[in-house]
Write a new protein. Structure first.
Length: 107
């Protein structure tokens, strides 16, 4: 069932935003903390655990993008942007800001 109530739509959007930010944080930690520790400090363990967490959050984010398509009626352009944002450092934070602005216009 597709929500038509603005509050239900806003709730779905907020959930996607939380997932996006979590995925973005894990990506930043992987790139700027765990990878330097592995390659410059010779400590590979942080990459193993941070990479595992980031992988799970990335899969969750891809599912959230599909939720945006089905529940929020996102266009192909919006889905593509969300996917590209997940590949760019800090991209999901920009996506979050854009989604927050759209949420604020809902009510």
């Amino acid at each position: 069932m597709i929500p038509t109530d603005p509050l239900a739509i806003k709730k779905v959007s907020k959930m996607i935003r939380y997932i996006a930010v979590s995925e973005g944080i894990s990506y930043i930690l992987l790139l700027f903390v765990a990878m330097p520790l592995k390659y410059f400090g010779g400590i590979p363990q942080p990459v193993k655990y941070t990479g595992w967490i980031h992988g799970l959050l990335f899969i969750l984010f891809i599912n959230a993008i599909m939720l945006g398509f089905f529940r929020l009626k996102w266009s192909f352009k919006q889905i593509t942007w969300a996917f590209i944002a997940s590949l760019l450092p800090f991209g999901t934070f920009i996506l979050d800001k854009q989604m927050k602005k759209a949420e604020d216009l809902m009510i």
